[in-house]
Write a protein that binds this ligand. Structure first.
Ligand code: ADP
Ligand code: MG
Length: 313
């Protein structure tokens, strides 16, 4: 058994040119290799048009790959399609629920589609899981946007797949609902489900995921455990406020950092942890008889990494 939930090798997708629409061939995925560990919450992070949905849609069988190997829970998507598809539940970006059915009916029908026998259906359990037990018999059209999203998650889980894939689960939702969806996703992961999600929100990847792949223009430009990714940036920023005005002459006194006086009493210094440290910076200020009344430091975040990686590309 592989340690990976999903593995791709040399995956490529080219959407063919359309003469009528005067579009050219579009290389949406280029030599896309990815290994998604079992049990992880794996984030595919990238701007709009990066190729995230193309990847998800290939897994879902909605888009045909142009080349490459895709393995889902050890099953080859091409030669063992049924097995591969049975291992994933997919929550698409767009809500697609029949408005005239109730949540309980929707889950029942979906279970039927996946060949789950009546006695094995988990309708009540799934509604409970996503906090919709009291809406089991309500028309889907009467549910709020947030309830619909949660019902979509339940729908993706009817066949108890070991992998749940969510395409932009919180795009355009408010802060409160985002928190609730994150909580649901974390709980599912804790219970053993491997989670793969796409997002163009850095904050979401940083908050929720333990592994992150950064995708840009069809290419994977980086993938790593989140902690390792964040540790890669060893630059720091320190903001200091003094009780008296900072003389400009002090700027030449600092070594290995770029100091900038941002206000009469405020100075910001950016430095690399290999070159200097906060202690040296503070003693330079004290030698000039400057009294420090406030200090704050800023750790690098995913945004810094993202910008440094995508600007290189
Ligand atoms: P993302 O989900 O990261 O925003 P997509 O996978 O939707 O990106 O799109 C990747 C690229 O492929 C984009 O340039 C998009 O315009 C193009 N694309 C997506 N679907 C099609 C399609 N059916 N036909 C032609 N081009 C497409
Ligand atoms: Mg998309």
């Amino acid at each position: 058994m592989s340690q990976y939930a999903i593995e791709t090798i040399g995956l490529n997708k080219t959407y063919a040119a359309n003469k009528k629409l005067k579009t050219q061939d579009k290389h949406a995925l280029i030599d896309f290799d990815i290994k998604i560990p079992r049990g992880s919450i794996y984030g595919l992070l990238g701007p709009n048009g990066a190729g995230k949905s193309t990847f998800i849609n290939i897994l879902a069988g909605l888009v045909l790959k142009s080349a490459g190997l895709v393995k889902i829970w050890d099953a080859d998507l091409e030669t063992q399609q049924r097995l591969a598809r049975a291992s994933i539940g997919i929550v698409p970006q767009e809500i697609n629920l029949d408005p005239f059915f109730t949540p309980a009916q929707i889950l029942d029908i979906q279970g039927g589609l996946y060949g789950v026998r009546k006695k094995d259906r988990r309708t009540e359990e799934l509604l409970e899981l996503v906090g919709l037990s009291d809406k089991a018999g309500a028309y889907a059209r009467s549910l709020s946007g947030g309830m619909k999203r949660r019902l979509m998650i339940a729908k993706a889980l009817v066949h108890t797949p070991p992998i749940l894939i969510l395409d932009e689960p919180t795009a355009g939702v408010d802060v409160e609902l985002r928190q609730m969806l994150w909580k649901n996703i974390r709980a599912l992961n804790k219970a053993g489900t491997t989670i793969v999600l796409t997002t163009h929100y850095l904050e979401e990847a940083e908050e929720l995921c333990d592994h992150i792949a950064i995708i840009d223009q069809g290419k994977k430009i980086k993938d790593s455990e989140k902690h390792a990714l964040l540790a890669q940036i060893d630059s720091k920023e320190i903001h200091i406020t003094t009780t008296s005005e900072i003389p400009h002459a002090i700027l030449t006194q600092f070594e290995h950092c770029s100091p900038e006086i941002t206000a009469p009493h405020k100075i910001t210094l950016r430095y690399n942890v290999d070159d200097t440290n906060a202690g040296k910076i503070i003693s330079t200020l004290q030698k000039q008889k400057l009294e420090i009344c406030d200090i704050s430091t800023q750790e690098p975040d995913l945004e810094d990494i993202f910008i440094s990686l995508t600007s290189k590309a």
